[in-house]
Design a protein around this ligand. Structure first.
Ligand SMILES: Cc1ncc(COP(=O)(O)O)c(C=O)c1O
Length: 392
């Protein structure tokens, strides 16, 4: 072959985007703005404090003891067993650790892989808006059609009649998220049972995003799809160690699903990531022997929620209900007519506190004068934010 002696600038071929609608997300934009203006960042959902040093030690021990090569494709057996035991203890459903639990690179990969393994081109997937921003692009990558059903504005409760009405013969999957990001609502047992009744005559699968499962408040219980037998039989249940143990950057999660669903999930998983980093899995397995950290998480975050909400009383922001998750939505309609994104820009640049517009979680950019704060922050961070918000 002759070497091309052309002096023309090398050309990168253009190709049609698989996700033409996706640009820079509001999360990136707001974080950059918060950084540039020295604002307290209550926008993005991650803790600004460290996880438990015992967990870090457990991972370091695993690394030092040579647990650094590929683990089994589905995950380290001890971690899968710990997950199966925990799910049984909390939700009363026994998953087989060998065939029904798969460790993933965070919930994000679990969601993508679950969608890719069951959604065919032309299938419809129902999402409940507002929703986590990965769902729709994941469905589009699979060639599916996103069908959006709104949660009730203000309360963010599921409208089960509308969900039932959205099901067609082409519906393959329904995605639910409880406790909810960004709406902070928590599905009741009655709502989960109604959902089971709606799905009973159909072949619709369920993707239940339960990454905030341990953050429920005021004596409520998280109702996992695992605890409703009819739902468990058709569900991929997704959770995240990052959220539960304050280590979002570790990106480790899991999916629990009946064996036939897990088998299809693993077909995609093995060619998607193959497996997940070994020492984190061993460290997590050892740490999970003590249930206290996840059992106490609700009380830990409820105190922060209450601190933040109490401080909001000194502002003209109206806090909406937070039943679960580490998000607090506020209605600012008494204060401003600005659209949500502009209000967030104003909050960040003029008041020094970053938030996320709720419209970012709706495809059509629905405006309701509500923004989301994350209270997974040190008390000092929340106090500083509140002092600044008090100027409103
Ligand atoms: C509803 C929801 N699902 C999934 C995720 C992703 O979790 P992970 O960090 O484990 O990928 C998040 C993170 O913010 C989330 O809010």
């Amino acid at each position: 072959m002759q070497i091309d002696a052309s002096t023309a600038t090398p050309r990168t071929p253009a190709f049609p985007s698989r996700l033409p609608q996706v640009g820079t997300t509001i999360f990136t934009v707001m974080s950059a703005l918060a950084h540039a203006h020295g604002a307290v960042n209550l926008g993005q959902g991650f803790p600004d404090f460290e996880g438990d040093p015992r967990l870090v030690d457990a991972v370091a021990d695993a690394m030092r003891s040579g647990l650094n090569q590929y683990p089994p494709m589905a995950g380290v057996p001890a971690l899968r067993a710990a997950v199966a035991d925990k799910v049984q203890a909390l939700y009363g459903h026994r998953y087989d650790a060998d065939t029904e639990i798969t460790v993933t690179a965070g919930a994000t990969q679990a969601i993508l892989t679950a969608i890719l393994c069951c959604v065919h081109p032309g299938d419809e997937v129902i999402v409940l808006e507002p929703c986590y921003d990965s769902y729709a692009p994941n469905i589009e990558l699979a060639g599916g059609t996103v069908v959006r059903v709104p949660l009730t504005p203000g309360s963010f409760r599921p409208d089960l009649k509308r969900i039932a009405a959205a099901i067609t013969p082409r519906t393959r999957l329904l995605i639910v998220n409880t406790p909810h990001n960004p709406g902070a609502s928590v599905w009741t047992r009655q709502e989960m049972q109604q959902l089971a009744e709606i799905l009973r005559p159909t072949d619709v699968l369920l993707l239940s995003d339960e990454v905030y499962e341990h953050m429920v408040y005021d004596g409520r219980a998280h109702v996992s799809a695992a605890s409703v037998a009819e739902l468990a039989a058709r569900a991929f249940i997704v959770s995240s160690f990052g959220k539960t143990y304050h280590v979002t950057g570790w990106k480790v999660g899991f999916v629990a699903a009946p064996a036939p669903l897990s088998a299809e999930f693993r077909k995609v998983h093995q060619f998607n990531v193959f497996t997940v980093n070994t020492p984190m899995q061993h460290g997590l397995a050892r740490y999970m022997a003590d249930p206290a950290p996840y059992l106490e998480l609700g009380a830990f975050y409820q105190r922060k929620r209450d601190l933040f909400r109490a401080g909001l009383q000194a502002t003209r922001l109206r806090p909406l209900q937070t039943e679960g998750s580490y998000f607090q939505c506020v209605d600012y309609s008494a204060l401003s007519d600005l659209p949500e994104a502009e209000f967030c820009r104003f909050l960040t640049t003029e008041i020094g506190v970053a938030a996320i517009p709720l419209s970012a979680f709706y495809a059509g950019g629905f405006e309701q004068r509500v923004v989301r704060f994350c209270f997974a922050k040190k008390d000092e961070t929340l106090q500083t934010a509140l002092q600044r918000l008090a100027r409103l």
